[in-house]
Design a protein around this ligand. Structure first.
Ligand code: NAD
Ligand code: TYD
Length: 336
């Protein structure tokens, strides 16, 4: 198969590219990524020069470029997005552009090139926020996004489904919970906290740290995406989750313990605006239909992740200093 991956230089996309080529070495991947602040080619350094992998620097909103890349492709897996809630609170324009318009451009290219199979990567945040005692999100939960990020992802999900109903485009969607693992940009909770502690800095917990997220290791997420691509029913949505509901304070304390630091390293800071209280996923449909369930226990996954950031200081220090942005130019000899 020939695959077009969007956003493959980001956290989940880069893990997916590596995961897919390991399991499907005969396949050919083209990775289209604009290399925004979140895109980092060092995430896929090990694949450079591989015969079955090609990187294209470009924007998913560039219709001519996207149309050219979609020709001859069997499958599109669409990860590219603006992905950080806090940034969407500061300004939502890039979120609407990439997450909504970019998805529209990809869908049109898929439609205009014979109806290319399209898997859309989405989030559980489209369902809104749960109370402590509410039942978990599942596929039938009504959409109720509450941040500009989740609203833009919700819009993209609706568009993807609309192309299935209107144009018979063969799509699937996955709505996954919070991912953790290697190569996550150190603005998100787990990598930010681990790297801050290595640097001797405190960790900023929003509000009282009571908010709950359902954490899944990125490899379990990507195994779920593979299961949907290979065994999922076209037109369907699958919710993927880790079965690991933790408060932010529980996560913080687990990281502090793994790193041998005390609670004096916690700094309680102003809460996020409109901070969603709880996310949790019922992944029963994926389990029943696809035989998928997460395999990596949170304790094991978190320890391995903390070790990864401790062992890859060079990777995240370049990000925190901004130096990683030059990698493309050094590698491809082009000016920005
Ligand atoms: P990320 O921010 O680490 O990576 C996003 C990638 O998309 C970057 O490489 C960036 O350069 C690229 N990109 C952004 N705008 C682009 C554009 N206009 N054209 C081409 N490339 C562009 O994000 P992530 O955490 O890896 O998330 C990937 C996908 O998974 C997103 O769609 C996100 O909504 C979804 N998701 C993330 C999580 C999570 O916990 N991180 C959970 C569920 C779903
Ligand atoms: P984040 O990793 O940004 O993911 P999301 O907002 O998409 O769930 O945040 C996870 C949780 O951690 C969320 O409840 C906000 C909280 N948080 C902090 O308390 N401090 C921080 O510095 C960050 C980045 C997040």
């Amino acid at each position: 198969m020939k695959l077009l991956i969007t956003g493959g230089a980001g956290f989940i996309g880069s893990n997916f590219v590596r995961y897919w080529l390991k399991n499907n070495p005969e396949d050919m991947i083209t990775n289209l990524d604009a290399l925004t602040y979140a895109g980092n080619l060092e995430n896929l350094k090990d694949l450079e020069g591989s015969e079955n992998y090609r990187f294209v620097k470009g924007d998913i909103c560039d219709a001519a470029l996207v149309d050219g890349l979609v020709k001859g492709v069997d499958l599109i897996v669409h990860f590219a997005a603006e992905s950080h809630v806090d940034r969407s609170i500061l300004g939502s324009a890039d979120f609407i552009r990439t997450n909504v318009e970019g998805t529209r451009v990809l869908l049109d290219a898929a439609k205009n090139n014979g109806g290319v199979r399209f898997h859309h990567i989405s989030t559980d945040e489209v369902f809104g926020a749960l109370g402590f005692d509410d039942p978990k999100f599942k596929e039938a939960t009504p959409y109720d996004p509450r941040s500009p990020y989740s609203a833009s992802k919700a819009a993209s999900d609706h568009l993807v489904r609309a192309y299935f109903h209107t144009h018979k485009l063969p799509i699937t969607i996955s709505n996954c919970s919070n991912n953790y693992g290697p190569y996550q940009f150190p603005e998100k909770l787990i990598p930010l906290f681990v790297t801050n502690l290595v640097e001797g800095k405190k960790v900023p917990v929003y509000g009282e740290g009571k908010n709950i997220r359902d954490w899944i290791h990125v490899d379990d997420h990507n195994a779920g995406v593979e299961a949907i691509i290979k065994r999922g029913r076209v037109g369907e949505t699958y919710c993927l989750g880790g079965g690991n509901e933790k408060t932010n304070l529980q996560i913080t304390k687990a990281i502090l313990e793994l790193m041998g630091r005390g609670e004096e390293m916690i700094e309680y800071v102003a809460d996020r605006k409109g901070h969603d209280l709880r996310y949790a996923i019922d992944f029963g449909k994926a389990k029943e239909e696809l035989g998928w369930e997460p395999k990596i226990s949170f304790e094991e996954g978190l320890e391995a992740t903390v070790d990864w950031y401790r062992g890859n200081e060079d990777w995240w220090r370049k990000i925190k200093s901004g130096e990683y942005k030059d990698y493309y130019d050094r590698q491809y000899g082009q000016k920005k």
